[in-house]
Design a protein around this ligand. Structure first.
Ligand code: MG
Length: 406
């Protein structure tokens, strides 16, 4: 049975990272369900023109740009469009968006999303989390913020949205035995290590099943995305039973390659029963799940046609060809600032690859060297995490230079 939204049901939404892949899909989802959500804040890193166009369409009360040097361009663009909207710039302006809305979709790319994650949780609001790096790099800091009354994370990452749904199938969260995260395998699935030495940027960006931004698409090609998702799952679901926690450790998480991207992840309970979540591979579904949770509203994004689905295949990942997956397990087991180091080094390496400076296979080598250089540090404080991120980036910059000179 469906019902019509009333005024009381309307939720205010901030979309931070609104001009990227998840951001634009979130806004499309809002347009598809116009009676339910009010977009009150929009923020982008540096894409002024797209942000002005979105502001014209959604009429938010606050617009922010991460890049301080673009502030005047944004003010001018809004004025030229006849819009009188409060403008903010810089990191804290992105966080300010999160303080103002009932629900914040954090779709920032990379570590830059951390202030948004913290601001949303510390304000006791819902965080629809698409920015996995903030949770990975600053796990203990984010966990503390999660304990703010009213704060909750609903994952937008499709695998974690799937696990979130699977965990709700059972009241006894302590009876979870294992979590299986599925991976499409990316564009290089089935290729051996030696066949990957000369792959191009275009090859790596050609994802077979998911349409995503460039950083995460490259991460999918190296399986680093899946590795980061293992750490993300451990942070989201590894706590004591209650809320999202089910007491698992990183050793209880498996990665299984599933090229059709229909099963988005699974939870196996102590009695050997596995609960899986299946749907079409569109990011709109986990986005609307995170907006509507715990309700489910009708959306026009299709459902599986079982008669034409065909087979669902599952394989073990090739850890020789895709060493980044093991690096992430290692960083997750070390804990502390190790995930922050790995994620920071990976951001630098992926950026260098996308700029044509290094080869695809150099990404894994740089990540391995950065993790090997990890020297502890305090992962429980924001200062410690920022320091770890900074030092790891410096080390990765050096490694990029060395790789360029080879
Ligand atoms: Mg994912």
């Amino acid at each position: 049975m469906t019902r019509t939204a009333t005024t009381d049901d309307r939720r205010s939404v901030a979309v931070v990272g609104s001009t990227g892949s998840v951001g634009t899909q979130t806004l499309e989802a809002v347009v598809d369900d116009p009676d339910r959500y009010d977009v009150i804040a929009l923020a982008a890193g540096s894409s002024v023109d797209a942000l002005v166009a979105q502001s014209l369409e959604f009429r938010p009360s606050f617009v922010a740009i991460g890049d301080e040097t673009k502030r005047q361009d944004l003010v001018d663009g809004l004025t030229a469009a006849g819009l009188d909207i409060e403008v903010g710039s810089g990191t804290d302006a992105l966080a300010e968006c999160a303080r103002r809305a009932d629900i914040t979709v954090n779709a920032v790319v990379g570590f830059a999303g951390l202030p948004v994650t913290l601001a949303s949780l510390e304000s006791g609001k819902r965080l629809a989390l698409a920015n996995k790096e903030s949770l990975i790099a600053a796990g203990p800091v984010v966990q503390a913020a999660r304990r703010t009354p009213g704060a909750e994370i609903v994952p937008v990452d499709s695998e974690h949205a799937a696990v979130h749904q699977c965990l709700r199938a059972n009241d006894v969260a302590t009876r979870v035995a294992r979590i299986q995260l599925t991976a499409s395998g990316g564009p290089f699935r089935g290729r051996k290590q030696a066949e990957l030495e000369s792959v191009s940027i275009e090859d790596a960006l050609a994802h077979p099943t998911w349409s995503m931004g460039p950083k995460i698409t490259i991460d999918s090609s190296t399986l680093m995305n899946k590795g980061l998702e293992v750490i993300e799952a451990n942070e989201l679901f590894g706590g004591p039973a209650g809320d999202l926690g089910c007491g698992i450790t990183i050793g209880d998480i498996d990665v299984v390659v599933h090229p059709q991207s229909i099963v988005h992840s699974m939870v196996t309970y102590s009695d050997g029963s596995t609960i899986a979540q299946l749907s079409l591979p569109t990011m709109k579904l986990p986005i609307v799940y995170a907006l509507a949770f715990p309700d489910r509203f009708p959306v026009p994004y299709g459902a599986i046609d079982w008669a034409t689905l065909g087979s669902l295949d599952f394989e073990t990942p090739d850890l020789d060809a895709f060493p980044c997956l093991n690096l992430a397990f290692e960083a997750g087991r070390i804990g502390g600032t190790a995930p922050a180091w790995l994620s920071a080094g990976n951001e630098v390496a992926v950026e260098a690859f996308l700029a044509g400076m290094i080869r695809w296979i150099d990404i894994a080598d740089i990540n391995a060297s950065v993790l090997a250089a990890h020297d502890g540090g305090n992962g429980a404080t924001l200062e410690g995490v920022l320091e770890g991120d900074h030092v790891a980036r410096l080390r990765a910059d050096e490694l990029v230079k060395e790789a360029c000179n080879r």
